[in-house]
Design a binder for this molecule. Structure first.
Ligand code: 5AD
Ligand code: SF4
Length: 445
């Protein structure tokens, strides 16, 4: 039996897909690159913005064609779009055999088996948190580790709380156990994942209660782990203990993805982000004070209901003031069931949104290029990931600041090397490997 999996959405989904691969491959399924050759056509979906739905629906149309040609192929749809469509999915898309929500990856095997036996649409939505399924990692030396699922925030634009549910944290001992096992398997870099990663632990029972800062320190202390990252934090939960853990643990990398969403206090309030422009700037100042050479990235939404030219200019100025190394910029898109979609008119005209995002991208790229240039002439630690995508005679890896470096050198994937940085664009650096590799205990066999 062969399966074909297409993943949409965030790193949480990418990681859930690694679990889906693990579950299926344990059942004897093998991976196939062409959808036309698969016995099981599987999608892991996203519904964060209207554009995510559109992209997925195009692919689902292709699966419908395959199913018409080969009716015994199974079509399975998991993840956030499936969850948001749980009332309608089989009615509107009758060729879909299996649907399941983001917390139901553990039951994928059972759903597939049941469908093979009874041939009635199988679905599963309201399951428990499953933290430790087998996973087929995409990279040998880097791993994602889910520390929580769900989100208790009420950001007015966001559909995530309604599809992923309330926040549930994994006990610290489970997380550390998984990280130890990963380290034993050759992993040197872990990225802790959660929808609101730094509010971790508050829901744990008293005897297991732990904070995100304690978890960061515990993971950083696992032998063999040279780099720890995490995503995505909420500014409101970026407390002094988290900043201290970042500053004090040499394994925790000098990079933070800190979604701002807007630079206007008025819009932030309407978004229910619970911080003002000033508080965000103050947080950035404290982070920069504690962690020298921090690289900072963010998410920004353009055209939220009620956004005026003055609000938008506040966002432009925020980019300048924070000196972001990069930013994801999004056009506001109303999502069914969210507070903004239900209560606030989508009143910024499409052409104004487009004009604003164009101006924003320009400022983001200029700032990122200025920031990247600071590395030229320095030597930094790079974790080697493999051959360069643009020039296979070179290697590709990442600085602790999460910036990609293409360089000439001879190191094996998974090793940490010193690279002299010689050139920069707004998104990548170039250079050459310098001197000897990092200490032998950090270089996996
Ligand atoms: N419209 C536009 N952007 C959105 N995001 C989340 N919901 C919406 C929406 N309805 C953006 C936010 C979030 C990122 C993952 O997607 O910036 O941080
Ligand atoms: Fe998309 Fe959000 Fe689901 Fe991630 S959690 S897949 S971004 S809807």
């Amino acid at each position: 039996m062969r399966y074909h999996l297409t993943t949409f959405g965030c790193q949480m989904n990418e990681h859930d897909s690694e679990r889906m691969r693990g579950v299926l491959e344990d059942l004897g399924y093998s991976r196939v690159d062409a959808r036309d050759e698969a016995d099981l056509i599987l999608f892991n979906t996203c519904t964060i913005r209207g554009s995510a739905d559109e992209r997925f629906l195009g692919n689902l149309g292709d699966a419908k064609r395959v199913k018409r040609e080969r009716p015994d192929a199974l079509v399975a749809v998991g993840g956030c779009w499936a969850q948001s469509m749980k009332e309608q999915v089989f009615r509107e898309f009758p060729f879909v055999d299996i649907a399941f929500g983001p917390s139901e990856v553990a039951r994928l095997g059972e759903l597939v088996a049941r469908e093979r036996i009874d041939a009635v649409g199988a679905f599963s939505f309201d399951g428990a948190f499953s933290g430790s399924l087998p996973a087929r990692r995409e990279r040998a030396h880097q791993a994602w580790v889910q520390i929580s699922v769900g989100c208790n925030c009420v950001c007015a634009y966001c559909i995530v709380p309604s599809v992923r549910g309330r926040e549930r944290s994994r006990p610290l001992a489970d997380v550390v156990g998984e990280v130890r096992a990963l380290a034993a398997d050759g992993v040197v870099e872990v990225t802790l994942l959660g929808q609101n990663v730094n509010s971790y632990g508050r829901d744990l029972p008293r005897e297991e209660r732990a904070t995100f800062a304690e978890l960061l320190r515990a993971v950083a202390g696992v032998e063999g782990i040279a780099r720890v990252r995490y995503t995505s934090p909420h500014p409101k939960d970026m407390k002094a203990d988290v900043i201290a853990a970042m500053a004090e643990c040499p394994e925790v990398c000098e990079h933070l993805h800190l979604p701002a969403q807007s630079g206007s206090t008025r819009i932030l309030k309407a978004m229910r982000r619970t911080y003002s422009r000033e508080r965000y700037l103050d947080l950035v100042a404290r982070l920069r004070g504690a962690i020298p050479d921090l690289s900072l990235t963010t998410d920004l939404i353009v055209g939220f209901p009620g956004e005026t030219e003055a609000d938008f200019e506040d966002t432009l100025r925020l980019v300048e003031e924070c000196r972001y190394d990069g930013a994801y910029t999004f056009l506001y898109s109303p999502r069914p069931g969210t507070e903004a979609a239900e209560r606030l008119p989508d009143d910024v005209p499409a052409e104004v949104k487009r004009e604003r995002i164009g101006r924003l991208v320009e400022v983001v790229q200029r700032t990122a290029a200025e920031r990247a240039a600071r590395f030229v002439g320095t030597t930094g630690e790079v974790l080697v990931e493999g051959p360069s995508r643009t020039d296979p005679s070179k290697l590709r890896g990442r600085l602790r600041q999460n910036i990609t470096v293409n360089f000439t050198g001879t190191a094996a994937p998974g090793s940490l090397v010193r690279v002299a940085i010689e050139g920069a664009t707004s998104t990548t650096l170039s250079g050459r490997q310098a001197g000897a590799p990092a200490p032998a205990d950090l270089v996996p066999a």
